[in-house]
Design a binder for this molecule. Structure first.
Ligand code: ASP
Ligand code: MG
Length: 403
């Protein structure tokens, strides 16, 4: 008998048929003798729909009321799922966040779960009942309803799994796991059976959005094993856990890419202490996310070039800020907003020599020019012309034996 936390995303509970299907998945676990706590998202599209409604009233809709509004989506699916289980003659009960309670800290729409009382949950599990909890929300110390950020049901699931000391935390979704690259673009992409938290984070921050990144980070911090699997097939999913428990037969686990990147270069920047800080401080204050940064060695000891990447939408604002900031002296500022970042990710990379060269050679064989490079322990990224993205992914997927 195991204690299982099962999380069902928006598509999995998107219609009444699907909710009934989810009820049968839970029924199976329950009849096998497992203690089940299910965390649910709102029906797919619901949260966006509610945000739209609030915007029709005001685009600065009151934050407190927005949380009251948005939390309703998950309340609806919790009750429907509990009702569907009761119809199958299973004892089931929804427990809303204030009833448990799940305590959060921080601002409205961006709160964090800090604690919860497990008594009611455990009591009901002991009575052989199934507990359904709405994801994405909690209550503050002052008993205000809060939400914990978009995609937050994943975070609720991980928090509940941690505090209940659950045996598994399974994330049911509309894909059957994490792939070696985007299966919609590269049909030979393979499902990954096991992946480490770090690799998962790199892959998801690079665009393979399967789970909310901060939820994966929490799971990593507390060593809570996760499994991402499909609600709609019986196939095995992807297990996400600690790196030490993975045997790496391949040095590269996946190839990721991000779209909508842009590259900005400041030419002839004065080479003296404080210059980099002067460039990036105003950008960070303006909430502009800078990704890669490359500074050339200055050959004349006086000036250098600084290249960095930002999201395409931020190019105009970035240039404006740098022009307005009097403290930075440079000759010219240029940009290229038709670039993409392609990365190979793998915890096995550190222990395999020659990966870097192999990647660069592969790209050059395809006639792809590398515009910038950045590396970390488990990731190697290059910036290339956007038009070459697909070719680059295909080539790298092949040469690192992922096809
Ligand atoms: N319903 C919320 C959202 O769409 C939370 C979630 O689904 O995880 O962001
Ligand atoms: Mg989600």
């Amino acid at each position: 008998m195991a204690k299982k936390v099962l999380k069902f995303g928006g598509t999995s509970v998107g219609t009444i048929d699907r909710i009934q299907h989810v009820a049968r998945i839970i029924e199976k676990e329950h009849l096998a003798g497992n203690n089940v706590v299910a965390i649910v998202s709102a029906m797919v599209g619901k949260t966006n729909e509610l945000i739209k409604l609030s915007n029709e009233i005001s685009d600065t809709f009151n934050k407190r009321e927005l949380d009251v509004l948005l939390s309703s989506g998950e309340q609806v699916t919790s009750a429907l799922l509990a009702g569907a289980l009761i119809k199958l003659n299973i004892n089931a009960k929804s427990l809303l966040n204030w009833q448990i309670p799940i305590l959060t800290e921080g601002e409205h729409s961006n709160a964090r779960i800090i604690n919860m009382n497990v008594e009611k949950i455990n009591n009901y599990l002991n009575e052989k009942g199934v507990v359904i909890i709405p994801g994405f929300q909690g209550i503050s110390k002052r008993a205000e309803i809060t939400t914990i950020g978009r995609g937050g049901s994943d975070a609720t699931a991980v928090a509940v799994a941690k505090i209940l000391n659950a045996d598994t935390c399974e994330i049911y979704t509309d894909v059957d796991g994490v792939y070696s690259t985007d299966p919609n673009k590269i049909p030979v992409a393979k499902k990954i059976d096991k992946i480490s938290y770090d690799e998962m984070l790199e892959l998801s921050s690079l665009g393979a959005k399967v789970m909310q990144s901060s939820a994966v980070q929490t799971a990593m911090m507390y060593d809570i094993p996760l499994e991402v699997k499909s609600t709609f097939t019986e196939r095995k999913g992807t297990k996400i856990f600690n790196q030490e428990n993975i045997d790496y037969t391949k040095s590269v686990t996946g190839v990721a890419y991000s779209k909508d990147d842009a590259k900005i270069t400041l030419i002839g920047v004065e080479d003296k202490p404080g210059v980099a800080a002067n460039i990036f401080e105003p950008l960070s204050k303006a909430q502009i996310n800078v990704d890669m940064v490359i500074q050339n060695i200055s050959s004349d000891q006086k000036t250098t070039d600084v290249t960095f990447t930002v999201k395409r939408d931020d190019v105009a604002r970035t240039k404006e800020i740098l022009r307005e900031k009097g403290e930075i002296n440079y000759k010219d500022i240029i940009h290229n907003d038709k670039v993409a970042k392609v990365s190979i990710v793998g915890a096995g990379m550190v222990s395999t020599p020659g990966i870097t060269y192999k990647m660069f050679r592969g790209l050059s064989d395809e006639g792809i020019n590398i515009l910038a490079i950045s590396t970390s322990e488990i990731k190697l990224s290059v910036i290339i012309d956007e038009d070459n993205t697909l070719n680059a992914i295909k080539k790298l997927h092949t040469i690192f034996d992922l096809d």
